[in-house]
Design a protein around this ligand. Structure first.
Ligand SMILES: C[S@@+](CC[C@H](N)C(=O)[O-])C[C@H]1O[C@@H](n2cnc3c(N)ncnc32)[C@H](O)[C@@H]1O
Length: 259
């Protein structure tokens, strides 16, 4: 019984955060452009959007790389705009800012869904969003079946949100296997390609896609703290290594605190 009450309270807290941060209005204003006629439109998931917004705000993230565009792009842009305002009113040095600060780089295999997501972004948030269209090709990583976007935004993010691609967007087959089989889970290998250039403190949030998250956990070479949350249906990684040098240390102190 106690647990049931806790869950209700949590859901209420998410709904309250969604309203208080102005996200309910942002999403409501954009919902009329929600469907693009190419596939069945999924409704916004309030709990997922709140978790994403809260993490980016709490972590004071600078640069977000998003795989799989949607309402999340709008919510990330809002969080980054608020992070930018907080930075401007803090006493942090401007030199601390990384290239590409306060922007979300959203990569998607579907031109139609990318256009739908971009049409949702209000004028005041457009400078915070960069869209990249890229096909996704089936491939292998060390002989293991996975897939890769052909073109990635050339950025070094401090926050990655993995919520794409749609399995039907993965092109090709390896030895007769493809991702159109409805029992086959998506397995993005892109983060393994990028891993050597990750910076300590990086956060990776995987939305659902538990098999993909386990694949990453089994193939990452560096040291992470990570958590699989079956209730919330997400997995989170943090690159838990000492800072690389003074600049990385200073950014981490600003974003995550001295510890
Ligand atoms: C799981 S969805 C991504 C959802 C997005 N991250 C969000 O939270 O709103 C995966 C793919 O579906 C497509 N998509 C985006 N928004 C959609 C929607 N409302 N309904 C159906 N498909 C969508 C995009 O091509 C995206 O890469």
């Amino acid at each position: 019984m106690d647990n049931a009450f806790e869950v209700v309270e949590l859901l209420d807290a998410a709904a309250e955060y969604f309203r208080a941060e102005g996200l309910a209005d942002l999403v409501a204003c954009s919902q009329s452009t929600g469907s693009n006629g190419h596939s069945v439109a999924i409704e916004p998931d309030i709990d997922d959007l709140v978790r994403l917004h809260q993490l980016i705000r709490d972590r004071r993230a600078f640069t977000v790389l998003e795989f799989g565009t949607g309402y999340s792009t709008l919510v990330i842009a809002d969080a980054l705009a608020k992070n930018a305002d907080d930075f401007a009113s803090s006493d942090a040095e401007v030199e601390l800012l990384p290239a590409d600060a306060f922007r979300v780089f959203s990569v998607d295999a579907s031109e139609a869904w990318l256009a739908t997501a971009m049409a949702r972004i209000p004028c005041g948030l457009q400078t915070h969003v960069v869209a990249t269209h890229s096909p996704v090709q089936i491939g292998t990583f060390k002989g293991q079946l996975c897939h890769f976007y052909e073109r990635l935004p050339n950025v070094v993010p401090d926050f990655i949100y993995l919520d794409g691609p749609d399995p039907s967007d993965v092109v090709g087959a390896v030895n007769g296997l493809d991702f159109s089989h409805r029992e086959r889970t998506v397995i993005s290998g892109d983060l393994l390609l990028m891993e050597p250039t990750f910076v300590p403190g990086l956060i990776v949030l995987v939305d659902g896609r538990t098999n993909n998250a386990r694949f990453l956990a089994n193939n990452f070479r560096r040291t992470y703290d990570w958590l699989e949350d079956p209730g919330g249906d997400f997995t989170m990684f943090e690159l838990a290594e000492p800072p690389l040098g003074p600049r990385n240390r200073a950014r981490l102190a600003y974003c995550a605190g001295e510890d």
